[in-house]
Design a binder for this molecule. Structure first.
Ligand SMILES: C[S@@+](CC[C@H](N)C(=O)[O-])C[C@H]1O[C@@H](n2cnc3c(N)ncnc32)[C@H](O)[C@@H]1O
Length: 372
């Protein structure tokens, strides 16, 4: 018998979800089975991402709740064989109903503790979307990920990762978070560092394919690479940071020292350009939003770590901020610069701070040109 609920449509998939469910924001646990409509964008990204893989894949959605992501993948990504797993027995009738409603023969429900599931079985793609921190589950998803597979991990514990609860970040991630304008890039890079360090224990490394901050969560997709050399070169991309809020000075260091006490962070790229270029938002539930983010991800200067923010510069220089698009256009005459996806007021540039400050001071938004 089908459980009670309402039918919603996401992408080209129908999903039966409990009538009482979250619509906006981080999503509260409201009934016995969780569903958050706002995460449709997150699920869209999974579909767009997996379509770029170009090969048949076994997929495990480790914490699937209603099965929403699992059935969308099974229904919308050709060549997938999906295990929709949740520890809650209340979730299973929803998962089974959603498999039936969409007529799927490539998706099965599974009622396991994910630690037990991944001790026995491994998959080409493993998705982890827990309540709060993924830290207690990362070791198991690494075990459950096949050679050269892909891990997709969500963290909704933004307060610890972004430095609002630094003590909790130290406990969960053994990392010193960064506060201020860089906090969300910092949170994302701490999550990625944690995954890299877990993989290294098994002589495995990673290549990030897509990593982002949106709404109330961080999310990263990493390609697992195999062998001690891969692990070593991954660990070589971790490091520490110094940031002085007064002077805006920042620098990174591979090893911690008296100055570089923030972190460790992942200091390598967030994305793989080929993957981003291959992602197609046509037909997604949040197509306009997918387009907007794809544009930001594809164009952000991924060689630079840690953003500047227009408000940071204007409060430092005591000038009202110009339009960010005008200023970035101007910076591009002097070096490389781009918007970033983490905030509409932040940007990245390879122009050193000593040059950036006078450029900002002299930039005239009225003329859109430098004075000289
Ligand atoms: C945030 S919800 C997942 C939401 C879902 N991915 C979606 O897109 O709608 C987290 C789920 O993890 C499940 N869960 C918690 N601990 C688990 C474990 N050890 N093994 C498997 N599932 C678990 C919970 O029952 C809950 O349904």
């Amino acid at each position: 018998m089908r459980p009670d609920g309402v039918l919603i449509r996401e992408g080209s998939t129908d999903i039966l979800v409990p009538e009482t469910h979250s619509v906006h924001g981080p999503g509260k646990i409201q009934g016995s089975v969780f569903f958050n409509e706002q995460m449709s964008f997150n699920r869209d990204v999974s579909v767009m991402f997996l379509r770029t893989m170009g090969r048949d894949m076994t997929v495990a959605d480790a914490m699937t709740a209603t099965g929403s992501r699992a059935v969308r993948i099974a229904n919308e990504v050709r060549g997938t064989t999906v295990t929709a797993n949740d520890i809650s027995s209340d979730a299973i009738p929803y998962i089974d109903a959603n498999i039936e409603i969409n007529g799927l023969d490539n998706c099965v429900s599974s009622n396991r503790n994910m630690h037990a599931l991944f001790a026995e079985s491994s998959f080409d793609y493993v998705d982890l979307d827990p309540f709060g921190s993924p830290a207690p589950f990362i070791q198991s998803v690494v075990r459950g990920c096949r050679r050269r597979g892909v891990l997709a991990i969500t963290a909704t514990d933004t307060a610890p990762l972004a430095g609002a609860h630094a003590a909790k970040c130290r406990r969960r991630y053994q990392s010193e978070p960064i506060r201020g304008f860089m906090c969300h890039e910092g949170g994302l890079r701490i999550l990625m560092c944690t995954i890299a360090r877990e993989l290294a224990k098994y002589d495995r490394g990673m290549k990030p394919l897509l990593s982002f901050y949106a709404d109330h969560y961080y999310r990263t997709y990493v390609q697992v690479t195999e062998g001690a050399d891969a692990a070593d070169s991954t660990l070589a991309q971790l490091g520490y940071m110094h940031y002085d809020m007064e002077t805006m000075e920042r620098s990174t260091s591979r090893l911690p020292d008296a100055e570089h006490r923030l972190g460790p962070f992942w200091l390598g790229p967030l994305h793989d350009r080929d993957t981003l270029m291959a992602m197609d938002p046509a037909g997604m539930a949040a197509e306009r939003r997918c387009n907007k983010y794809l544009d930001l991800w594809r164009n952000e200067l991924d060689t630079e770590v840690f953003v500047y923010d227009m408000s940071e510069l204007s409060s430092h220089i005591k000038m009202s901020p110009p339009r960010i698009d005008d200023f970035i256009g101007f910076l591009q005459e002097h070096g490389r610069a781009s918007k970033t996806h983490v905030s509409p007021t932040s940007f990245k540039t390879d122009i050193p701070l000593d040059d950036l400050v006078p450029l900002y001071r002299d930039f005239s938004p009225d003329r859109g040109r430098h004075d000289s």
